[in-house]
Ligand binder design. Structure first.
Ligand SMILES: *Cc1c(COP(=O)(O)O)cnc(C)c1O
Length: 235
């Protein structure tokens, strides 16, 4: 085993332990929180070590990087997640590769996803990204618009909404991040009865390296962790 492999393995173990403890502290089961490993900082050789360490849910934030890594890891049982913005002209190449799209972030994208899914006759599981922080640089539906999106889901034959995703305010203040996560959970709790058949709001994708414990305390079912898995590996 080389040195990087050992480090990645140790990091995965540590992050999993922190996830388990955070879940237990809020009376949840560790198995109810999926670790989604964000590989955007590393090449596919290092990403491969995540698989050796038992991590099969991998994510990229840019479609092209996902295409590349998916090809380089085609021999591995990866469930690919796209967690960043998907441009409409990249839908066709991306859909066959992914297990879950976390970034359903605007109505035109949903229209185009449904069309391509119809062409492929294959449903698209996705999360609706919500701009909880209201920061202009962020993608996602405004919190007040999510109800209308749910009401209009019957226009789509091939989309299957599974939950909501958000990014907290860009801040090191964990209280601010936690309030953002609480706001996403409360939005979900408010809208869950409005969710039409064939869709659900079970999944909450929230929390990254700096704040995943706060997200788990507020109900995250998926945490998207990148840098914490590569400590000692990246420069
Ligand atoms: C990069 C990224 C992450 C992981 O960030 P870290 O702070 O490195 O854990 C999670 N979600 C999205 C959307 C990202 O782009």
């Amino acid at each position: 085993m080389n040195e990087w492999q050992q480090r990645v393995e140790d990091n995965v173990r540590r992050v999993r332990e922190r996830i388990a403890r955070a879940a237990e502290r809020s009376g949840r089961r560790p198995a109810d929180v999926t670790l989604v490993a964000v590989t955007k900082y590393v090449d596919s050789r290092i990403a491969r070590q995540l698989l050796d360490a038992g991590c099969h849910d991998l994510a990229e934030s840019r479609p092209q990087q996902l295409w590349e890594k998916a090809e380089q890891l085609a021999d591995q049982p990866v469930r690919w997640h796209l967690v960043g913005h998907l441009q409409r002209n990249k839908i066709r190449r991306t859909l066959p590769l992914i297990w879950l799209l976390h970034s359903g972030d605007n109505a035109r994208l949903l229209d185009e996803l449904d069309k391509e899914a119809a062409r492929r006759e294959t449903p698209v599981p996705l999360l609706l990204e919500v701009n909880i922080s209201g920061e202009a640089a962020k993608h996602g539906f405004e919190p007040d618009d999510v109800e209308r999106v749910l009401e209009q889901l019957d226009r789509y034959q091939w989309l299957s909404v599974r939950g909501l995703m958000t990014m907290a305010h860009l801040t090191s203040d964990l209280n601010v991040a936690r309030a953002d996560f609480a706001a996403l959970r409360q939005l979900r709790d408010r809208l869950v009865d409005r969710c039409p058949p064939g869709h659900s709001l079970d999944e909450l994708s929230m929390g990254m390296s700096g704040d995943f414990e706060e997200a788990i305390a507020e109900g995250a079912t998926m945490v998207r962790v990148g840098s914490a898995l590569f400590e000692g590996v990246l420069g």
